[in-house]
Design a protein around this ligand. Structure first.
Ligand code: SF4
Length: 163
């Protein structure tokens, strides 16, 4: 399956990915309104002054799915997408998925009176694919097959070693 990969060296911290994600998922129609909504599905953390985007890996054996006691969080056997969308009524807001996720990319949210865990769904209902990858101006977030990304990393590493 194609996944979102991060090339952290290319990130300039502009947050376009976060805002695009919010526009794609939340009730926000403008850049300004999206900027005010707390992001939930992707984040860009500052580490030693450098931006580091964090995205869901849609793991083969997802710790969040294994930890979810209600069955809300599931991995789609056809697409490989890990999500609780479509099962939100089952989410009891216990945050076990958040505690189990090794990448810190699940966020607790209040949806009316219900508490739900929010995470990347690879923009599965968006014709153009993941909004974050489309919006990133530097190519720091890419949608690739796993082997395609591995090949890219091999080439970049070889180039760096050569120099
Ligand atoms: S849009 Fe790209 S460059 Fe901007 S913060 Fe996100 S990953 Fe970094």
């Amino acid at each position: 399956m194609k996944k979102i990969f991060v090339i952290k060296e290319k990130c300039n911290g502009c947050m376009s990915c976060v805002v695009a994600c919010t526009l794609a998922h939340e009730k926000a129609s403008t850049y300004q309104s999206a900027s005010k909504i707390e992001p939930g599905r992707i984040s860009v953390q500052a580490v030693k002054g450098k931006p580091v985007p964090l995205v869901c890996h849609h793991c083969e054996n997802p710790a969040c799915v294994n930890a979810c006691m209600s069955g809300a969080m599931q991995k789609d056997s056809e697409t490989g997408i890990v999500s609780n969308e479509g099962n939100l009524q089952k989410c009891v807001g216990c945050w076990m998925c958040i505690m189990a996720c090794p990448y810190g990319v699940i966020t607790p949210k209040k949806d009316g009176s219900q508490k739900v865990a929010v995470k990347c769904d690879l923009c599965k209902n968006r014709a153009a694919g993941p909004a974050c990858a489309e919006a990133c101006p530097t190519g720091a977030i890419v949608l690739m097959e796993e082997e395609e990304f591995a090949d890219y990393k091999r080439k970049i590493t070889a180039y760096e070693i050569k120099d």
